[in-house]
Design a protein. Sequence first.
Length: 317
Amino acid sequence: MALFSRPQPGTLPTTLKLLVALLVPSALVSILAGPSAGMGFGIAMGLGMAVSPISKPRQTVVLVLIGAVLGALASYAVDTPWAIAVLLFVAAILSALTNQRSAGLLSLAPILVILFGPGPINLVWWQAAVWIVIGGAVGALITKLLKFQAPVQPVARAVAWEHGIVVGLLCAAAMYWTLSNNIPHGYWIAVTVLMALRPLPNQRRDTLNGRILGTLLGAVFALLVVIFLPLWAGVIVAVLCLFVMVWYTMGGAYLMQTLALTPMLLIFASLGDAERGVELTLERVMYTVVGFVVAVLIALLLRRWESRREERQAGMV
């Protein structure tokens, strides 16, 4: 895996269109209904865009509604440790079920639980459901208008269930520990595992390496921006990072996506407060490292199970 790579050729025009399609409605929702509604709407657009390219309209509706139910229940449970842990495990199992159709089809489901529960999105349960449904519908519409396509990547049944159960149990345990002990931003541990440990075995090494390297390099960059640049310049850098992240998303370069995502989040979260920026950066790095170690251990366990299964199958031939 190259440390730095170029965006996929010919994706710049589509990236610009996508940025406008994402930012304009999200900004309007934020202005009219508040930042939490804007964030919830934005992540729900991602859900709609993830499921619609490889799903029929009726299937897309069902998957978005599943996301709405999970988000609403997480908002209702808020910081109740056992309830969030159960919801996170259920979301991981639903991801395992849909991964058999295509890898990552419902990968945002556990993320919805985290963001709408202990995460930064603060909405009443019915508001969460409404904004997820609306955002999912807008995301699906954007996918159709821009004619996005995605390859179908089915995951073998045994692989999908092993991945979903193990990841679900460990992330649920991490969330329970985080909430029970009031650990600020400790949910980044579970987010790292969920985002970096892909269900397809041949994708795990690159995403794990990309997550840790992108986070570390991006955190250093964010720290320099927060400490040495004025607020207006920092905001410009964060917007440019958003642009780069979306651009590289078109080509699937996970390292570059993470390298752009990390400073964007940290700069926007600190907004010129250098002390806050340093605190968030240290937490981001620490919890990402912990999540990375957990993800690597899970990956090794899953690989061992896969090897044993292949040996048994070979012995039956």
